[in-house]
Ligand binder design. Sequence first.
Ligand SMILES: *[C@@H]1O[C@H](CO)[C@@H](O)[C@H](O)[C@H]1NC(C)=O
Ligand SMILES: *[C@@H]1O[C@H](CO)[C@@H](O)[C@H](O)[C@H]1NC(C)=O
Length: 343
Amino acid sequence: MTFTILMIVFLVLLPTTVTPYQTILVDNLKTYHRIKLPSSVIGPESLAFDAANEGPYVGVADGRVLKWNGHVQGWTSFAVPPRHRGVSSEECDGNSNISMEAKCGRPLGLQFHKATGDLYICDAYFGLMVVGKNGGVATRLTHEDPRGVAIRFTNGVDINQETGIVYFTDTSTKFQRSAWVWAVATDDATGRFMSYNPRTKEVKVLVENLEFANGVSLSKDGRFALICETTKQHVLRYWLKGHHKYKARKLEVFANLTTYPDNVKRNSLGEFWVGLNSGRGTIHKVKDSETADTEIIGIKYAEGGKVLETLYQNDIMNSVSELVENKGTLWIGSGVAPFVSMF
Ligand SMILES: *[C@@H]1O[C@H](CO)[C@@H](O)[C@H](O)[C@H]1NC(C)=O
Ligand SMILES: *[C@@H]1O[C@H](CO)[C@@H](O)[C@H](O)[C@H]1NC(C)=O
């Protein structure tokens, strides 16, 4: 595996910034690293590390979940969706043609349940799936809600590590991922935030009428979940349990943004990284909003909502989907790039 050193990150305080938080510019003058995916594979949208902190595992555009084993072994294939008979791995592996997604699968959100080693996968087409710690063909858990309404676009996932309850989003009940531009263009508000209990197999709709429900992250204590509502340009906070100020099931805005949030991931300190994705400017074009030359690609929030850091880039990452902080390294996912970045 080539390990190209391209850039370094350096710290600057932008002159226009009035708030005293740290601003980091990812610039092409210094170092940042890229791990190239296997040939013709693209789109590591979400990343996860297993109970032994191995990985990352990434879901890619050809339907597989790949595991990074370090520079000697490189990438290995870890999981595939339960594809219909007649759809072969020869046909899917390395095929990033979007017209193949519905057949081959498209894993988006990934999260491990550390106690069991199970990996939960939100496949945009196959629904919520799980695969054991040795990988293989994933099992489909649900693809409809209790009323029988189809889950058409499974997207973000997180797990309460104590209870094992899985929280996930369905971006739209109308549009599949391949038609996501239509969901944006029509202000589709059929997205849901849902839960799945592995013990009882019960599926619940917790919040509905969301506009492009996307990434999900639970707070460290499991009291609330953050949900990215992409086209509304904000991150919601949903109280799962009561709090001295809030009742359970209360929904409120956690953070307003000037661009489009994709995924959100919590670090070990309980802080959240929100990945900001303009879809190479596509969402901006569809929504007729402005794009900037120096693009914000991520914001780190304290548990209470205070901005801790913002991450900028000039022109090196054309579509950031997710930021995962793991043991001092920040990993960057993308729905379209042929690599995973880190620094
Ligand atoms: C993708 O697949 C479709 C249908 O199979 C085909 O018409 C199209 O040319 C393919 N696109 C590319 C870029 O290969
Ligand atoms: C987000 O914006 C709305 C509308 O302008 C405002 O009412 C709300 O207080 C803001 N919330 C946060 C957390 O900034």
